[in-house]
Design a protein around this ligand. Structure first.
Ligand code: ATP
Length: 790
């Protein structure tokens, strides 16, 4: 394997010494990154040093450069902030300071540095690398080292990880800490919402982001805000006040009892005047609204990292070490980023330059450019936000002939964000003149009662953060009675359908598509938004509700671990859901530092349990004094018909002869999560709008809506500029699942998915897209090391 090849190349070379540091503002997930770098480095036979207190520590050297042992980072996944400290250092901005730092590194034999920080820290790091050879020359001239001493350290390797709550780095979808900060913001705004509604108040909430509106935008979408102020899209000077008033009044007139306005710290108008919370408040008071201001401040930085950030930091930390080991003196310094679901490397300098050009664009009042420099997701979501709130004044209404009847149905067990997706779909439909029609209580609801509901604006008020399913869901599939379903589809003149559901939803889409020959009404475009905590919908790596579930599991295991640590030497076998798909188990194991992960994909046997036992013994042997931690083993509910959760616990308990206590823990339905996570809310809104656009596209196929029950071929599409581009998508492509694969999002036809990618019997996809997680877990839990030693 690639890992073994790397190891082979490394053996026989001088021992590689790597340093890792955190710099700039702290962000949740930094500790997970440091843990991953330390353990991966040790795994590959390197010495890993932690630099304490950022660049300040690099300058001071000595005890600020601490060689890390495997055990030193135990328990770090669940700690907020950065445990190795961070500091701003003026000295490092001077050449003299950097020379000093270079000397300290060479003294320890270190010539590779992983820096986790914002664009300032990374700019400093890259400068340091470029200057390094000349700094080394100077150190020799100064007499600190001899030529001979510095010969092995002529080049410095730098790898950047972006640790920043602002999510302000160009080229990467999210930075370590951004989703944690967003989650905190949404929690706080949810609290504020409750009191605002009680008193019928308006709340103006300031969030962080000096040059970047990501937090404000995402929070705006996730909390159902009326209006947002972001630096990239400055509001028109002297005019924004009227627009703000109009929007708030309009929403009140539609029945809203409160208003939420999110203001980014760096919000400005197009004359570059800051727009402050007070300014906004004064405008709302003029409207006669009882208005309060909340400045969230540092709560946004605090707390433990959400599942997404632990995962991101862990995978990126591992990749940072690999990048160091693969680099040559000619390789440009890489920055580890992420696109959709894929960890990527990109040239650090270019990303930093691009990031800084956003600030420059804002300063020169070129706001179109500023926003165009953000990633596509940002722009897309910004437009969605406008479409669903600011522009719900009729300005985006389509011509009457293009207005559609769009059905929405929930199928299967409820997962988080079903309501958020339905809300976004409803609002987008309404502002475009479509009629959103909720099919109540799943397909069997329709079959039995024919109940549907034309959704109004006020119906979905509050749905952004509501768990469960407000329109009702049901496990039954469409095949129960296709004829009756066709009858009602015809009756309500559906032009398109959005299904939200897991494997039953997937099956239903297939059944409807197969029913087309018998029931022409099913020729309408139909989509599935995979929504299930099991993440077992074939063809995609992401399902709505998974993020909420993972957050719930992270919290659950953190709590359990704490209890286990307090009682000393305790092991918990935690049983998680997922059906025949081990995704949730593998992911949870990876981000909670589980000693072992049992999934349906990897069979459990006596020797693997024996290995767990040895690993546990090993863990406890090193776990002395303050470092005592509870241990977690994760077992998927269907991992084995023989080795039940109870049996595994008993086997370990029996074989350890009382040296540690073993318990089982089953979170059960708590895994569905109560309130949807901020990430799920945002994805829900993004996917819902994408599905409506998909339906619009198919209906624009030169035919009047409602009449096009004939076989359809989509002859053209509209590209981003609104230009018609020819395409040859056939009828089958109009029944599709919205899928995330690596760095791309696409609509995959259900027919092909069913044929080629589905394991019908086990209700999951053929492909296991997360095998990498298990390999990394094995490295970071020490299992690999153990195997190597044996
Ligand atoms: P955040 O996004 O949280 O502000 P940041 O990394 O951008 O993080 P900065 O305060 O800009 O935070 O930078 C952190 C440290 O990095 C500085 O205190 C300084 O030591 C170093 N640094 C920043 N810019 C440079 C530079 N141009 N040259 C050398 N060092 C720099």
């Amino acid at each position: 394997s690639a890992i073994n090849m790397l190891k082979q190349t490394l053996s026989g070379q001088k021992k590689k010494k790597i340093a890792v540091m955190t710099s700039g503002g702290d962000s949740p997930g930094m500790n997970a990154a440091v843990r991953a770098v330390v353990r991966t480095g040790i795994h590959f036979g390197c010495d890993v040093f932690a630099v304490y207190e950022g660049y300040e520590g690099l300058l001071r050297g000595g005890e600020y450069l601490k060689k890390m042992a495997w055990e030193d980072v135990r328990g770090w996944l669940s700690e907020g902030g950065t445990l190795i400290g961070t500091a701003r250092s003026m000295e490092f901005k001077k050449r003299e300071g950097r020379k000093q730092a270079a000397g300290n590194l060479i003294e320890q034999g270190i010539d590779a540095l992983v820096v986790c920080g914002g664009d300032g820290s990374l700019t400093g790091a890259d400068l340091f690398r470029h200057e390094w050879p000349s700094l080394v020359e100077d150190l020799v001239k100064d007499g600190r080292f001899t030529e001979e001493q510095v010969t092995p350290y002529r080049n410095l390797k730098i790898v950047g990880l972006v640790g920043s709550i602002d999510n302000d780095m160009s080229g990467t979808d999210s930075t370590i800490g951004a989703y944690s900060a967003l989650e905190r913001i949404c929690e706080m705004v949810d609290y504020i919402d409750a009191t605002a509604k009680s008193h019928s108040r308006a709340f103006v909430v300031e969030v962080m982001g000096r040059h970047c509106g990501w937090l404000a935008l995402m929070a705006g979408i996730a909390t159902g805000a009326d209006y947002i102020f972001i630096p990239e899209r400055a509001v028109p000077h002297g005019q924004w006040q009227d627009e703000l008033k109009e929007v708030c009044q309009r929403h009140r007139a539609k029945g809203r009892r409160n208003n939420t306005i999110i203001v980014a710290e760096g919000a400005i108008d197009d004359q570059l005047n800051p727009v402050t919370c007070e300014d906004v408040k004064n405008v709302l008071i003029e409207l006669g609204l009882d208005t309060k201001v909340t400045i969230l401040g540092h709560v946004q930085r605090g707390g433990t990292a959400v599942a997404h950030d632990r995962w991101l930091a862990t995978l990126q930390g591992v990749d940072a070490v690999k990048a160091i080991l693969e680099m040559t003196p000619e390789t440009p310094s890489p920055l580890i980023g992420i696109l959709e679901n894929k960890i990527i490397r990109m040239p650090l300098v270019e990303s930093v330059k691009l990031t800084q050009s956003v600030a420059a664009a804002i300063e020169s009042k070129n706001f179109d450019k500023a926003i165009s420099l953000r990633d596509t997701e940002f722009i897309e979501l910004y437009e969605n936000f406008l479409s669903t709130t600011v522009k719900d004044d009729g300005s985006e209404m389509l011509p009457v002939t293009e207005r559609l009847n769009i059905g929405i149905v929930h199928v299967g067990a409820p997962s988080a964000a079903l309501n958020a997706a339905t809300r976004a779909a409803t609002l987008y439909c309404l502002s475009h003149g479509h009629t959103p029609i909720a099919i109540m209580n799943g397909f069997s609801g329709l079959i039995q009662t024919g109940e549907v509901k034309k959704m109004e604006w006020i119906d979905v008020e509050n749905w952004h953060n509501l768990g469960g399913s407000e329109i009702g869901t049901n496990r039954s599939v469409a095949a129960e009675d296709l004829g009756t379903i066709a009858y009602y589809f015809q009756k309500i003149k559906l032009d398109g359908l959005i299904i939200l559901g897991g494997f039953e939803g997937f099956k239903s889409l297939k059944q409807l598509r197969d029913g087309r020959s018998q029931h022409p009404i099913f020729n309408i475009p139909m989509t599935l938004i995979p929504s299930t905590i099991s993440n077992n919908v074939p063809g995609t790596e992401y399902s709505l509700g998974v993020d909420t579930c993972l957050n719930a599991l992270v919290k659950y295991t953190d709590d359990i671990k704490q209890s286990a640590s307090a009682t000393r030497r305790r092991v918990f076998v935690v049983e998680v859901q997922g059906g025949h798909s081990g995704y949730i188990a593998s992911f949870t194991g990876l981000i909670t530092g589980a000693v072992s992960i049992y999934t349906p994909e990897d069979k459990i046997n006596l020797s693997s349990i024996q290995e767990d036992l040895t690993l546990l013994e090993e863990n406890f042997r090193h776990d002395q004094g303050e470092n005592r931690n509870g241990k977690i083993l994760i077992r998927n509910e269907q991992a084995s018909s023989v080795y039940s959760t109870e049996l595994i616990a008993n086997l370990i308990s029996e074989s350890c002869h009382g040296r540690f206590g073993v318990r089982t823990a089953i979170p059960g339905h708590a895994q569905q999560g109560g309130v949807p996570s901020s990430k799920d809310r945002v994805v829900a809104s993004r996917f819902a709008v994408k599905c409506i656009k998909f339906i619009e596209q198919w209906n624009k196929n030169n035919q009047a809506p409602g009449t096009n029950t004939d076989s359809k071929i989509l002859r053209f599409k509209f590209d981003a500029q609104g230009e018609k581009v020819p395409t040859i998508e056939h009828e089958d492509d109009s029944a599709a699942v919205i899928c995330v694969n690596g760095s791309s999002i696409s609509f995959k036809p259900i027919a092909g998915l069913w044929e080629n990618e589905t394991n019908v019997e086990l209700r999951k996809g053929q492909e296991v897209h997360w095998t990498e997680y298990n390999k990394i877990s094995d490295i970071l839990s020490g299992r690999m090391k153990l195997r190597d030693e044996v």
